[in-house]
Design a protein around this ligand. Structure first.
Ligand code: 2BA
Length: 110
């Protein structure tokens, strides 16, 4: 058995959850925050039999789209008197999805 940890954008999470549930996968949804953007995203825990891993990844790929987002990065302002930090906009491409596939040693419901 494997545990897929899928970090997805909030905009895709509802459709993905429905798609995975309709295919019979067990899913837990967590509200999470990305370390770089400090913006909300969604992490799904999906426990799957080994032979279903590709099916689950396919479902994720079909729903999760990459998007560009402008964010404000802080950089050292060497030309500014007194130093300090000046924010400037940076475009980042987020997603589709960031996936970790882990081996599960034991799966118990007690
Ligand atoms: P965030 O950390 O908020 O990152 C959002 C997007 O910002 C990233 O998209 C990437 O395009 C960009 N980014 C991240 N760190 C950067 C940096 N140091 N410099 C420039 N741009 C940077 P994704 O790569 O698609 O990641 C989406 C979300 O997946 C991340 O949100 C984070 O929550 C998670 N994630 C990505 N890689 C991870 C990892 N190795 N471990 C744990 N979580 C990860």
């Amino acid at each position: 058995m494997k545990l897929i940890i899928a970090i997805v954008q909030d905009e895709d999470s509802s459709r993905l959850l429905n798609g995975l549930m309709n295919k019979g996968f067990g899913v837990t949804k967590l509200a999470t925050t990305g370390g770089f953007l400090r913006a909300g995203n969604t992490t799904l825990l999906i426990g799957v039999e080994d032979e279903k891993v590709q099916d689950a990844i396919g479902a994720i790929e079909s729903v999760c789209k990459s998007r560009k987002q402008l964010t404000t990065a802080n950089t050292s302002a060497t030309g500014v008197s007194g130093g300090g930090y000046v924010p400037f906009p940076v475009e980042v491409t987020i997603g589709g999805a960031t996936l970790f596939v882990l081996n599960v040693e034991q799966f118990l419901k007690v």
